[in-house]
Design a protein around this ligand. Structure first.
Ligand code: DND
Ligand code: ATP
Ligand code: GLN
Length: 704
């Protein structure tokens, strides 16, 4: 007994439009798979051009370059004698498709275009591609460069099953697994033994669980399910989180890492295809199988399996427990890997962060430190690519002996920019202590001079001197004076970022400025437009305050940074107003709502797709033990008021690592107007209901 198939899947750190780099990573993955004895390798979705090309998918160049690269891959000496499943855009009769091309020994076997395109949230596949019709099969005329290379002119294109001499397999593309009527159901009923899922799936906190459940469920009633995913920042706000996987009969047998700096990671398993037989022996399955669709089978003259007797060294992969990171670890690792890709690919000299002594900029700094830890660990493992990039950042000094702190000192600077009256010594010293603990180069300065100069200029020009609230000023004056400070810090951050390296005698590029506005502040608009929330990129812009606090608590022990406890204990404050004997500014008081409430509103607005009225209805039930319907109305109305008047801030918000389902990012994820009317109609509707409720209660009381 035994048809042992050695098969590989991989995760590749592709970069949109980096055709040469993408090709090299694909060839390297195939080389590693072959070295492990594999007869088939699966690669990520659209891996030849990269997944995140967005409107570049509308360019003809993308299609032709992809075929040219495909030709280079399949004729490469390292890629022979193994079935390769590659991803690229394909046009057929002038209709664009997101497709898989399967090849063997320099020949194209067939093309499988994507049937169910992904168009939710960040995904816009329907903008660039047309979905293929289920069960349709057609003939595809190959482009001339492939005709010249292979001597083939036509291949099948469509919804097909591949039949080798000893095994059957079929392709399923990413989103197709996430739909209720996935193609793999019919493929498996029709006898396909291996399903190859190529994905471009991004990291979102707590999402891996859903993905792994889908994969293991898909193979539960018998079959092998292979999953390949892109990895890294391919030029946008998303981080693709690898985690390639091989499962058989509902059990995981191999899993790639979710977060790593490795450019190419291949996982290989040997599975016994005869193990599928017993899992498919229920009569109910048999009754469904006899009615399965009759797919066109593409014959492949190739043997994929070996008898167990013929190779005594082969070990059949055993079931493993899937690995999941805690959300705190996901925050430590995902944004850190994204920052590393961004840094090495942008060619910048490092990062700069305005460090306030508060929890948000502390989280940004700790994530940069996490990146440094990952870099140093990869250097220790001998990762040549990481060594090359790290050496560039350290002026070609020997990076192999550096600690995470030493490397951090070379690529990361921070600055506390205080005001003599507003800034407390606690925040100032917390910022400095954190910088010291992680090894960052730190500046401590005061911005009073600039603040006073701006105030003087504005006062003399307008012949009007604005005052803080505590000095008798109006709300508008109070805000304007706060904004002088916060915007000054933004200008200084860019000045420091640009000039710090040269001031230290280093030539080369400046530092990228990092932002620290979290997802809840963005939702509520509790930030000053064009202050330090405006930066080059923001690693925490998609993370809630609650999760950031959990992350800092975790990092205190995991990264051995005792100072982090002080950040958790401190009351969040903007320190933009003078501190007096009976007044210290506090975020939650200022906002008129708690961060916990903001997470609820954010979730209902975006994920549950509730308007103001439905939000009120839902929260009247959820919060009935704490609040009356009248109180809930006030809360919801206040939230929607601030959301409405501050929505314009989302049009200029700094590009942030996307991580949270309720992210309000206006750029691609959360498309909304930014000039809203007040919600008078919904207000009236709720107020009428409140009146009826009160009348009903009064009526009820009278009857008693
Ligand atoms: N409909 C609209 N479309 C486009 N733009 C619009 C607009 N309405 C106002 N604007 C513009 O936006 C400006 C108002 O927004 P903005 O200048 O941000 O100022 P604003 O939102 O009025 O005040 C900033 C708020 O953020 C708070 N805050 C909290 C924590 C930290 C910080 C910090 O800075 O560190 C700030 C601060 O306490 C205050 O409540 C207007 O002056 C106008 O230029
Ligand atoms: N004194 C300061 N020195 C340096 N940067 C500052 C200072 N105050 C504020 N910033 C910068 O402005 C950003 C917004 O300030 P704000 O007071 O709103 O902080 P926050 O959003 O609560 O974040 P944090 O928790 O980091 O203070 C901060 O994240 C930080 O980058
Ligand atoms: N590329 C895709 O089809 C993505 C599909 C899916 N919704 C995911 O996030 O993984």
């Amino acid at each position: 007994m035994g048809r042992l198939a050695t098969i590989s899947t991989c995760q590749l750190n592709q970069w949109a439009l980096d055709f040469d780099g993408n090709r090299d990573r694909i060839v390297e993955a195939i080389r590693q798979a072959k070295a492990a004895g594999s007869k088939l390798i699966l690669t990520p979705e659209l891996c030849i051009p990269g997944y995140g090309l967005l409107d570049h998918f509308q360019e003809l160049d993308t299609f032709s370059h992809s075929w040219e690269i495909l030709a280079e891959i399949i004729k490469h000496p390292e890629t022979q004698d193994i079935i390769v499943d590659l991803g690229l855009p394909v046009r057929h009769n002038d209709v664009p498709y997101n497709a898989r091309v399967l090849a063997l020994n320099g020949e194209i076997l067939a093309i499988r275009p994507k049937i169910d395109l992904c168009n939710d949230g960040n995904y816009r596949e329907m903008r660039y591609f047309t979905p293929w019709t289920r069960y349709r099969v057609d003939t595809y005329t190959l482009p001339s460069e492939i005709q010249e290379l292979t001597g083939q002119t036509e291949v099948p294109i469509g919804d097909i099953i591949f039949q080798t001499l000893d095994a059957t397999f079929a392709s399923e593309l990413c989103e197709e697994l996430w739909t209720p009527d996935s193609p793999h159901i019919q493929y498996c009923l029709a006898g396909a033994e291996i399903i190859l899922n190529s994905s471009g799936s991004h990291h979102e906190l707590r999402k891996l669980d859903t993905r792994i459940n889908l994969i293991t469920n898909a193979s539960k009633s018998g079959g092998v399910y292979m999953y390949s995913n892109q990895r890294g920042c391919d030029g946008d706000r998303l981080y693709y989180d690898g985690c390639s996987l091989i499962a058989i009969n509902g059990q995981t047998v191999a899993q790639g890492s979710q977060f790593s700096l490795r450019n190419v990671e291949v996982i290989t398993s040997t599975v016994d295809l005869d193990d599928i037989w017993s899992a498919r022996q229920s009569r109910s399955r048999g009754m469904q199988a006899i009615k399965a669709h009759e797919f066109k089978r593409v014959k492949v003259d190739f043997a994929m399996t070996q008898k167990s007797q013929s190779n005594r060294n082969l070990r059949i992969a055993e079931a493993i427990e899937p690995r999941y990171h805690k959300p705190e670890e996901e925050i430590a690792l995902g944004p850190a890997c994204w920052l590393w890709d961004y840094l090495r690919r942008s060619g910048a000299g490092g990062y700069f962060v305005p460090l306030s002594g508060g929890i948000d900029s502390c989280a940004t700094a700790t994530i940069v430190f996490s990146m440094c830890r990952l870099v140093v660990a990869a250097i220790k493992e001998g990762d040549e690519e990481v060594i090359k990039d790290a050496s560039r950042l350290c002026a070609n000094d020997d990076v192999t002996k550096m600690s995470a702190q030493q490397f951090c000192g070379r690529v990361f600077s921070s600055a506390f920019m205080g005001m003599k009256e507003q800034s407390s010594k606690e925040t100032r010293s917390r910022a400095e202590e954190l910088a010291n603990a992680i090894g960052a180069h730190h500046i401590d300065c005061n911005i009073d001079e600039v603040f006073n100069a701006v105030k003087h200029l504005v006062s003399t020009t307008l012949n009007f001197e604005p005052k803080f609230k505590v000095h008798g000023g109006s709300k508008t004056e109070n805000l304007a004076l706060q904004n002088f400070q916060s915007r000054t810090r933004m200008i200084l951050s860019y000045a420091f970022g640009q000039l710090l390296p040269i001031s230290q005698g280093r030539t080369g590029p400046g530092l990228l400025v990092l932002g620290s506005a979290n997802v809840d502040e963005a939702l509520r608009g509790y930030l000053t437009k064009y202050d330090c929330s405006s930066a080059d990129i923001n690693p925490i812009g998609g993370i809630s305050k609650t999760d950031l606090i959990r992350f800092i608590a975790w990092a205190e022990h995991a990264f051995e940074l005792p100072i982090l406890q002080e950040f958790i204990d401190a009351t969040p404050t903007a320190e933009l107003e003078p501190i007096t004997s009976d007044y210290v500014q506090s975020d939650e008081v200022d906002m008129g709502m708690t961060y916990k409430e903001l997470s609820v509103y954010g979730y209902l607005r975006k994920v549950r797709k509730f308007g103001l009225y439905s939000m009120w209805e839902k929260l009247c039930v959820d919060w009935q033990d704490q609040h009356t319907p009248q109180e809930v109305y006030k809360k919801v109305r206040d939230f929607m008021f601030y959301y409405r008047v501050n929505r314009h801030k989302m049009t200029t918000i700094t590009p942030a690592y996307y991580a949270e389902q309720y992210a309000p990012d206006d750029n691609r994820f959360d498309l909304r107007p930014f000039l809203y009317p007040s919600f008078d109609f919904a207000h009236r509707k709720i107020e009428n209901e409140l009146r009826l409720m009160e009348a009903g209660e009064a009526g009820g009381a009278e009857k008693k």
